[in-house]
Design a protein around this ligand. Structure first.
Ligand SMILES: [Zn+2]
Length: 422
């Protein structure tokens, strides 16, 4: 079993994981890189896999940094189902259509600007292409380093486990029959052993990696093969043509995808109920559990069978806070062999909910007293609904003036509110 981290590592957007077993290839999330131009350009890096070889895509929730590249992957040949909760499927359709439309608008605006500023545009184009080259090189470096890092992680994980075992007075993992094995060793029996937990062979763990461009062409294995291949190719022009590595023709002026692409991608959603297990690929069983983040958001638990063993992997997706209005608390899970957890705010402590509401009330009152306008930048889906809900409560309790005159300035906000109320 291999797990590739294809985004949201060393950065906070572009969540995407590729799980492969000897029988299955499953993508968990397929997010867009967002933020600075150097981040956004990473959306143009060639895909790290053949989309038509994927069995399924599993989507934790509808935020763009988790679902935003789905239309691109579908357009590139993915033909399987996209499993997500009904709430996520509906919201993601909106989000992706909106994103496709924006991509088209940006491209149109970009073209108009280029016509007016040809010299500056040519310079920027060169800068963008250099940034793309850098992003591809970074992805390639990740791929090359992955094996070594996988081994180091294996050692570090085993050392940490031994330390924890020593603390409770247990023998080191390697001393427990069937435990403490390494990737490539014979598989351990699942669930066996004296301590009641299971150490699995550490799967290969990869830093963000993308397949190199060269690698997409045929890769001869030995020197003889190279010479034989050349002689054969020279004799057949069509084969010679086919065997050339692909040339990356990056047209950065083109939209990443269109609203039509998004519409076609949205048809691949297959809604799944919370807490119901579904076999999403041969030997891969998925259960979606409430993550309490936005409507439809889910933690995905996978039972993965390979070579007579079974492992449980948990992908947290974005997790909500407990005791928030509108949404349920995130599900508590207690058992897993591996947990892949989002940690964007992992190093930060939120102020208690009560204090946050107090700050909101004080700010609204202050602005109202001065006849001012309060601009609240907020995620269109999730955060905005929560703020509206809190403002409503504050009006009800008289903590802020009765009619603050609320304007939600985005079409997406209004549509997502409608889905939420249905
Ligand atoms: Zn999110």
């Amino acid at each position: 079993m291999d797990l590739h981290f294809l985004g949201a590592a060393t950065t906070v957007t572009g969540s995407q994981f590729l799980l492969t077993t000897d029988r299955a290839r499953v993508l968990i999330d397929c997010g867009m890189f967002q933020g600075s131009p150097n981040e956004v350009i990473r959306n143009r890096v060639p895909l790290a896999y053949e989309p038509d070889e994927l069995d399924a895509i599993l989507l934790t929730h509808a935020h763009l940094d988790h679902c935003g590249l789905i239309p691109l992957v579908v357009r590139a040949g993915f033909k399987g189902p996209i499993h997500a909760t009904a709430g996520t499927a509906e919201l993601a359709r909106l989000v992706l259509l909106d994103s496709g439309k924006l991509q088209e608008e940006f491209a149109k605006r970009g073209r108009r600007w280029e016509e007016r500023n040809p010299e500056k545009a040519a310079r920027e184009e060169q800068e963008d292409l250099a940034a793309l080259d850098a992003a591809i090189a970074e992805a390639e470096a990740g791929r090359v380093a992955s094996d070594a890092i996988g081994d180091q992680l294996g050692d570090a994980v085993e050392a940490a486990i031994d330390e924890a075992l020593a603390e409770v007075g247990a023998p080191p993992a390697a001393a427990i029959p069937g435990r403490g094995r390494r990737a490539g060793d014979a598989p351990a029996e699942h669930g066996s052993g004296p301590t009641g937990y299971d150490l699995m062979a550490v799967p290969s763990l990869y830093v963000p990696s993308h397949r190199s461009l060269e690698e997409t062409g045929p890769v001869p294995k030995r020197r003889d093969d190279v010479d034989a291949g050349r002689a054969h190719a020279a004799a057949t022009p069509e084969i010679a043509l086919r065997e050339q590595p692909p040339i990356l023709e990056a047209d950065l002026d083109e939209p990443l995808y269109t609203s039509r692409d998004a519409e076609l991608a949205a048809r691949r959603f297959q809604p799944i109920e919370y807490d119901h297990e579904r076999e999403v690929a041969p030997g891969v069983f998925a259960t979606f559990l409430d993550a309490g983040h936005i409507l439809g958001s889910a933690i995905i638990r996978l039972r993965v069978q390979e070579g007579g063993t079974e492992r449980t992997l948990v992908f947290s997706g974005d997790l909500g806070r407990c005791d928030t209005p509108i949404l349920r608390d995130p599900t508590v899970l207690t058992k897993a062999d591996y947990v892949v957890v989002e940690s964007t705010y992992g190093g930060r402590e939120h102020e208690p909910q009560k204090e946050a509401i107090q700050i909101l009330a004080d700010t609204v009152r202050l602005v109202a007293e001065n006849d001012g306008v309060l601009l609240v930048p907020s995620f269109a889906i999730g955060r905005t609904q929560e703020i509206v809900w809190q403002l409503d409560r504050l009006i009800d309790t008289g903590a802020i003036p009765g009619d603050p005159g609320l304007i939600a300035d985005q079409r997406l906000v209004r549509r997502s509110v409608r889905i939420r109320s249905e």
